[in-house]
Design a protein around this ligand. Sequence first.
Ligand SMILES: Nc1ncnc2c1ncn2[C@@H]1O[C@H](COP(=O)(O)OP(=O)(O)OP(=O)(O)O)[C@@H](O)[C@H]1O
Ligand SMILES: [Mg+2]
Length: 444
Amino acid sequence: MDRQQLFEDVVSQLAIGVCIVDSGYNLVYWNNFFADRLQMPMADVEGKSLLELFPDQATFLKRKLQSVFVLKNASFSYWEQRPVVFQFKSSRPITGEECQMYQNVEIYPIFNTDNAVDRVCITVYDMTVTASYHQQLTRLTQQLEAEKQQQQVLINKLEEAHNQLLQSEKMAAIGQLAAGVAHEINNPVGFIFSNLQSLQDYLSRMLKYVDLLSKIVDKVPQPTLHQLKADYVQRNQLAMVLADCPDLLNESLDGAERVMAIVKSLKEFSHVDSKEWSAADITSGIESTLRVINNELKYKAEVVRHYAADLPALYCQPMQLNQVFMNLLVNAAQAMDSFGRIEIDVAFDEQKMVVKIRDSGKGIAPEHMKRIFEPFFTTKPVGQGTGLGLSLSYTIIRRHKGSINVESTPGVGTCFIIELPRRSELEVQQDEASLAAASQHGVL
Ligand SMILES: Nc1ncnc2c1ncn2[C@@H]1O[C@H](COP(=O)(O)OP(=O)(O)OP(=O)(O)O)[C@@H](O)[C@H]1O
Ligand SMILES: [Mg+2]
């Protein structure tokens, strides 16, 4: 066998498609790769137009071939951009199923002795194996990405649940403490108050009696007795004592009343972790919160209220909202460098209630603004802040389908704005039911 014959035999059996066309796109040669797949031996197709043999790809092939004839440069078509040029079959490596052959096609100019290009060679590489692995890899990557995202959602849920647990443990501890203190103080302050009331009554009777006796003594014509009385009154400063007694009792009654109000607030606060929904008056929640944290506030700021008249009740979780007010008010107090001012606005319209808590504290640095609602974000020294107050407040307000926003100017102050939609009991129940359903189905 001569070398040419040997060479032709090898080319005809290559696992690569080889096809040669002339400048009129007519076939000069194709190897078995083409012939076997199309069931058309070389002898039957010689001289036929390649474009007529592959009418579906005629436009594309013509453009490619033209460019090689004109530019005398090779031209390529890769499976990733154009998966199929010649409609051949191939089998997938993984499933074994027959499918279209993904292919790389390369077209080279063939130069004649005059250095002109009057023929071109088209080679076709079967890329189905690579394409199949590539597609499988893409699918797996997408699957992995989706799983990663699901895991991230779960991690976020877990973190949120963990944080809420921490915060509700803290609140439950406050609640227990409040309940204990309230219980211990309730009885003694109760009898102090009622005894003071009786004392007030007795005192007024005794004062009348002393007055009567004094008048009787004055009427008795005995100067020594008058002198005795005057000495006694002066020595014991009785005029001042008698005048002061009612004031002292009134002040004590006032004090006992204040203690009773604090005990009442503490009792209310002992349910801080309650998630019960009911129609409640927002301002009385704010007031009882203010009483409980009065000690934190009174040396830090003056509290100014602007409550709209005729505020309607809001169907809400009152104890949870009290936690929000407490967090915001304590933060406001902690932001004061010197004695300042905390203003509380409560307003409403048809759709919503708006609570604003504005302080004249040091403000929030712009770089912290985005982070303050993150769990565990705190700028306070270790042991003073856990960084959970605002994140919990955010969760509570979101549960009420409301919003919480902040405006702050460093050195001037901060204002937290809470908007709560005025939902009916039915709307709340529906929202809560769909929330429960969503969390059961793993959406939340
Ligand atoms: N009114 C405010 N003025 C200035 N900075 C504030 C104010 N409210 C919140 N911040 C900033 O936001 C951070 C986060 O507040 P958050 O209430 O979540 O946590 P904390 O007060 O640090 O700790 P915790 O409330 O758990 O005791 C605070 O550390 C503080 O830097
Ligand atoms: Mg706080």
